[in-house]
Design a protein around this ligand. Structure first.
Ligand code: UD2
Ligand code: MN
Length: 346
């Protein structure tokens, strides 16, 4: 079974390469009326090979530097025009946030907010990142994601929800808090919940919501670029405000590592929704390598809790959420909200 799949893969790769070569040969002396996705990808890879950290913002980000047209803005196109396709992602150690601030300063607003200047964005998207002690990862995330989200022409804001203290971590509760806090600021209609260590390898993977909840991190290098199981909803996922409210958000009671994403996946299923995904070539991700954090060990109780999703979902979630905000800090690149999640003692 696997062998056949591999042969087919080799055959289809050879066909696509031959097709692309023929196409490029045919068009070598013409100015092309359109650019194919494959060309886009090649172009980006070529460009990336000589690109340095100091490349100015405009060409790299694909920023719309032209002034906004007079009169009411038109809706942004369905397919953002400046996407680059396949991206080169590496985690260089001498990266600094000051660099990112300098490059993006002219286009971002305080709090990690952006709106396309020349058209009305399709959606208002809050990106929520659960966080504690991962500043190195956050630096890379901001470096790569802001330019991508800008090219995707989103009206977006970045919210880092930082768990205070060293009690047991609760990723799902931080997501719920992010949802509530973001809505206090702006009328977001879509929420992208993302781990801080996941960087997309293709900017055609749009950070926006669709008719069904959408799982974006389909093919992660850590899992050999294969979807580990059909119902997975962890990593990076996009869910509209309505879809999230319908399932009462995440559970607040998954303490420690594991299970909280599967619980949400089951909530979606029980409410009759299915999970949509980009294809596995576009949904590729790199996860920054890391060990297990302190105070986030796998929790065996979480496995049992997954049998009770249907009973608990109506009483454990957004409608039972309780926490205290300790501090809200606005940086140019993000809104950093430190919270007390009221962890159980011990
Ligand atoms: C998997 C899932 C993740 C989540 C987790 C179980 C994928 C690709 N990832 O990731 O979505 O379901 O299992 O909980 O399916 N974090 C901190 N500080 C900490 C601990 C966690 O910032 O001390 C945040 C951070 O954003 C991190 C995320 O929580 O990326 C998930 O934790 P992880 O990276 O340790 O979990 P991992 O990679 O096993
Ligand atoms: Mn991780």
């Amino acid at each position: 079974m696997l062998k056949t799949a591999f042969k087919l893969l080799v055959l289809s790769a050879a066909c696509s390469l031959a097709g692309l070569a023929a196409f490029l040969f045919y068009n070598r002396n013409r100015s092309l009326p359109f650019i194919t996705a494959a060309q886009n990808a090649l172009k980006w890879e070529n460009k990336a090979s000589f690109r340095t950290e100091k490349t100015p913002a405009a060409p790299e980000v694909g920023l719309q530097t032209s002034a906004a047209p007079a009169g009411p803005l038109q809706p942004c196109p369905d397919v953002p025009p400046n996407l680059q396709g396949v991206l080169r992602v590496e985690f260089s150690t001498n990266r600094s946030l000051e660099d990112v601030r300098q490059r993006l300063g002219p286009v971002l607003q305080e709090g990690g907010r952006y709106k396309p200047p020349t058209c009305v964005a399709k959606q208002k998207v809050a990106i929520i990142i659960p966080f504690r002690n991962r500043h190195e990862h956050l630096k890379h995330w901001l470096h790569f994601l802001h330019p991508i989200l800008i090219r995707q022409q989103l009206d977006y804001g970045v919210y880092i929800i930082n768990q205070e203290g060293d009690s047991v971590f609760n990723r799902a509760k931080l997501m719920n808090i992010g949802h509530v806090e973001a809505l206090k600021e702006y009328d977001y209609d879509c929420f992208v919940f993302s781990d801080v260590d996941l960087i997309p390898l293709d900017d055609r993977n749009l950070y926006r919501c669709s008719d069904n909840p959408r799982h974006l991190s389909v093919a992660v290098d850590k899992f050999n670029f294969i979807l580990p199981y059909a119902t997975i909803f962890g990593g990076v996922s996009a869910i509209s405000k309505e879809q999230f409210l319908k399932v009462n958000g995440f559970s607040n009671t998954f303490w420690g590592w594991g299970g909280e994403d599967d619980d949400l996946s089951q909530r979606l299923y029980f409410q009759g929704m299915s999970i949509s995904r980009p294809d596995s070539l576009i949904g590729r991700y790199k996860m920054i390598k890391h060990g297990r954090d302190l105070h986030n060990n796998p929790n065996p109780q979480n496995v049992h809790k997954l049998k009770e999703t249907a009973y608990n979902m109506n009483t454990d979630g957004l409608n039972s959420l309780s926490y205290t905000v300790r501090e809200i800090k606005k940086d140019l690149l993000y809104t950093f909200i430190t919270v007390d999640v009221q962890a159980p003692a011990g």
